[in-house]
Design a protein around this ligand. Structure first.
Ligand code: PRT
Ligand code: MG
Length: 215
């Protein structure tokens, strides 16, 4: 019997970093998601397809079984909560850091020390809430969907919680990172029911990924 496997991932850096891992599992996409408008990509393996979704939607597709396997950043999984997702493998790709950043010249340490109530703009509400609660810092969280770097520049927030990789976006906007919240990389996620029902097909993919991951 032919088992159909659907793998959900986002285009851009996750697709780019995942393609070599897929290749090591013998899976090659038939289209390039950067140039194709297709949302479902066939692969060289007739029983395996890729679906291209927003990075933050990957856990949802896998949770509901619309995809069997997904690749998602720890940032995304932290916000989703990870309920019902089997997370067997850190792929060590799309690495960056979740950080707190402020405007150059803003004395974050002093503000924290004085017990000031801080306004924090972020797309990562759950992560920010957990971080400041653990520090015992009172915050007002302001939800944004992107370009968090703008918020401190126009007085919307005292600080942001965002991902930083090269640091050039912060620098270009006269912001500085003042605290690392956690290192981020992408993980393989698997629907638990799919793993039981389709283990014959899923296990070799998992094994190939595990063997190909850069330590
Ligand atoms: O872009 P979209 O709104 O569709 O969604 P997304 O931003 O969640 O997706 P995408 O594809 O941009 O990122 C997918 C995953 O890559 C994220 O979930 C992270 O796990 C991981 N990743 C790794 C990053 C970065 N590095 C990164 N630098 N995601 C985003 N950035 C952004 C960051 O938010 C900031 O705006 O890049 C900017 C900073 O980069 P530097 O190099 O200037 O520091
Ligand atoms: Mg992005």
């Amino acid at each position: 019997m032919m088992t159909d496997i659907t793998i959900a991932l986002s285009k851009g850096r996750i697709f780019d970093d995942t393609a070599p891992l897929l290749k090591s599992a013998g899976i090659v996409a038939q289209d390039d998601p950067e140039t194709s408008r297709k949302l479902i990509l066939a692969t060289n393996r007739s029983n395996i397809q890729l679906v291209i979704v927003r990075a933050s939607d990957v856990p949802t597709y896998v949770q509901y079984g619309a995809a069997d396997i997904g690749i998602a950043g720890k940032d995304v999984l932290q916000e989703h909560g990870g309920a019902e997702l089997y997370q067997p493998l850190d792929l060590n790709i799309a690495r960056c850091k979740m950080m707190v950043a402020v405007r150059e010249g803003f004395d974050y340490e002093a503000a924290v020390h004085q017990g000031a109530r801080l306004r924090i703009a972020t797309k990562y509400l759950q992560t920010a809430r957990d971080h400041f609660a653990a520090k015992g810092v009172h915050v007002d969280l302001i939800k944004l969907y992107g370009s968090m770097e703008l918020a401190p520049l126009v007085g919307l927030a005292d600080a942001i919680v965002d991902l930083v990789s090269t640091g050039s976006t912060l620098k270009a906007n006269h912001l500085v990172a003042v605290e690392e919240i956690m290192p981020i990389s992408s993980r393989l996620i698997i629907n638990q029911a799919a793993l039981k029902l389709k283990r014959e097909t899923i296990q070799p993919i998992l094994d190939a990924f595990a063997a190909a991951v850069k330590k």
